[in-house]
Design a protein around this ligand. Structure first.
Ligand code: K7E
Ligand code: CUA
Ligand code: CA
Length: 610
């Protein structure tokens, strides 16, 4: 009996001990989680510290998120129509026609690039490429709106882009897909590519430089001297097997002032309106630095001293001195290094696609040949492509957060079919060891990101649109027949009515709407959706849009507001009446109040039109 009680007491003590250990561990884990949560928690009503701009990849757009919360703030449509924003939806929409004219209503955005002044972000513009159709777009950040799209001649697969530091004189655009050097498909000579230099203000392609093989990712030196690109097909192969034959490919360095001088001296051969410089005719313009085979990312350190080519097929990063263009070190970092970014304490962070890791390493130690240059590694989920530390592309990295842009999310979220979301992870890089804080999913497929401090950009964002020259003034709306089968409708919208709230046209008419949202208060958006006409326009306060449509089949069509704007939002609608061709109705100026004279079969006569 005595002995049994003794055993029971022992068992109870052991269990209590185990429980204590378990709850202690649990408590520690919980407080680590709470600390991480606290770092990314932005309370309701509070704002994030940074704007994050993520390329939308095959979504053809740019995603704007808050950092550190990861909250999605907006999608800026660029190369693809977005019905919700009324962007480029209707075939006659000028935005849609611009897309169609320059290469199609879809795109593949990889690299968002911010404008700089003195090497620091100035919050004016963001550029993004369209890999698929060889285009460059610019978004003006006072409106978060695409304001320019150009097709780049003589180039296919606009991939790497970069702003020429320190004052964004040019945006360089790399053609990834090689083409016949003279542009003639009959030329059997090895294919080449070009780097295009686009004037950041006028968006004109000023000149191009031919590069042997292909060109992938871009960056520029901090002093405006060099544009750097990686080349993974120095072999000038035309299939994958031939593209991986050489042990070393190259880092290309274009001397920008030398290229400008050559262009000014008339050394460019003009094709499709753009002077192209061929390196063999212009020595000194292009330098090729041999780097391990099939490199990928290229990144210049914030102090401008080094340019790094990430190895991809080689487990190394090649460090090149930007002044001498000589290799100073080639540290091993891990498997599948794709891109590198920087903090403000002399560390580089490289994404390892195959290892699914971010590796932190010390630049000076690697250059000096010290054995302990690797500082830390952190697992990411999974198969990371780009990574970006806040300010890592500028001369002023902040060293606080890093975003890992992971290609596969696998088990990280509830399954949503065989196709899972892309996964971004926010990592605290302020200490010696990296700390995983949080993750957030997005639609496909952000490649790269860039961040702008909210204190720089937020004050620049406009509250309402500046009044356009063709804006409709309240009280001066009109419906005017301008020809036998053309009608113009100048319409205003304000909570919660369209003026006019009805008008009539005839089958076969072409109608040109000029629509103005005459609200003067931020965020009071009105939509204009017209059933069965593939037409949706969303107008922020002060905005004006002009669009031309066909009247379509006879019928009564209610245009209605799509953005919930007031208690009378549902009543915010009006009628477009399309009369049959042979209608005996006389259609005249709406302002005269005499839209209808004479009886129409099936339609109430004059006076019942209100
Ligand atoms: Cu590495 Cu297009 Cu920037 Cu993707 S590219 S990852
Ligand atoms: Cu305007 Cu709803
Ligand atoms: Ca190669």
């Amino acid at each position: 009996m005595k002995r049994n009680s003794f055993i029971v007491i022992i068992i109870v003590l052991v269990l209590a001990g185990l429980l204590g250990m378990w709850t202690g561990k649990f408590g520690a884990a919980r407080s680590a989680r709470a600390a991480a949560a606290e770092q990314v928690y932005v309370a309701p009503g509070e704002h994030d510290k940074y704007y994050g701009f993520l390329s939308g990849g095959q979504s053809g757009s740019v995603f704007v998120v808050g950092i550190p919360s990861g909250r999605l703030l907006r999608e800026v449509p660029v190369f693809e129509p977005r019905a919700a924003y009324g962007y480029a939806l209707h075939a006659n929409d000028p935005q849609r026609q611009l897309l169609d004219r320059t290469g199609g209503a879809w795109g593949d955005t990889h690299h968002p690039v911010l404008s700089e002044k003195g090497g620091l972000y100035d919050g004016r513009f963001l550029w993004v490429n369209d890999l698929a159709n060889g285009r460059l777009a610019r978004i003006r950040l006072d409106y978060f709106e695409t304001d320019s799209i150009i097709k780049i001649p003589n180039l296919q697969g606009a991939h790497g882009i970069a702003a020429v530091s320190p004052d964004t004189k040019y945006i360089v655009v790399n053609g990834e897909f090689e083409q016949p050097a003279d542009g003639l498909v009959t030329n059997p000579a090895p294919y080449t590519s070009v780097v295009a230099f686009v004037d950041a203000v006028s968006m004109e392609v000023k000149f191009e430089v031919e590069v042997p093989g292909n060109i992938d990712i871009a960056d520029t030196s901090k002093d405006g001297r060099h544009a750097f690109s990686t080349i993974y097909n120095l072999e000038q192969g035309r299939d994958m097997g031939s593209m991986i034959q050489f042990d070393r490919d190259a880092l290309a360095a274009i001397d920008i002032p030398a290229a400008e001088a050559a262009v000014a001296a008339g050394k460019g051969r003009v094709r499709n309106g753009v002077p192209i410089l061929f390196p063999d005719e212009n020595p000194g313009v292009l330098t090729l630095v041999p780097v391990p085979k099939n490199p990928h990312g290229v990144n210049v350190t914030p102090d401008g001293r080094y340019v790094m080519a990430s190895g991809k097929l080689s487990p190394t990063v090649t460090i090149v001195d930007t002044k001498t263009l000589k290799i100073v070190a080639e540290p091993e970092v891990g498997l599948g290094p794709l891109h590198t970014t920087f903090d403000n304490r002399g560390n580089a962070y490289t994404s390892l696609f195959l290892d699914s890791q971010v590796v932190k390493w010390n630049i000076d130690k690697a250059v000096s040949g010290a054995a302990d240059y690797i500082v830390d590694r952190i697992n990411v989920h999974y198969n990371i492509g780009h990574l970006q530390a806040v300010g890592g592309e500028s001369m002023a990295p902040t060293g606080d957060y890093l975003l890992a842009l992971n290609k596969l999310s696998k088990d990280q979220y509830l399954p949503v079919g065989p196709d899972l979301p892309e996964n971004q992870e926010i990592i605290d890089i302020s200490g010696e060891k990296m700390k995983m804080l949080a993750s957030f999913p997005t639609p496909p497929e952000p490649h790269d990101a860039v961040f702008c401090p909210a204190k720089i950009l937020a004050p620049k964002v406009k509250q309402v649109y500046a009044t356009a020259g063709n804006a409709v003034e309240a009280g001066k709306e009109s419906v005017v027949r301008t020809g036998p089968d053309t009608v113009t409708v100048r319409m205003s919208m304000i909570r919660s009515a369209y003026t006019p709230d009805h008008f009539e046209v005839r089958e076969g008419d072409t109608i040109t709407f000029t629509l103005t949202n005459v609200e003067t208060i931020r965020d009071m958006i009105h939509g204009f959706a017209l059933p069965d006409h593939n037409l949706h326009v969303a107008l922020p306060p002060g905005a004006t849009k002009t669009i031309t449509i066909e009247a379509g089949k006879p019928g009564v069509y209610w245009y209605y507001c799509t953005n919930f704007c007031s208690a009378l939002h549902l009543e915010m609608r009006g009628r477009m009446v399309v009369q049959p061709k042979d209608s005996t109705i006389t259609l005249s100026d709406w302002k005269s109040g005499q839209n209808v004279t004479g009886p129409v079969p099936g339609v109430p006569s004059t006076g019942a039109q209100q």
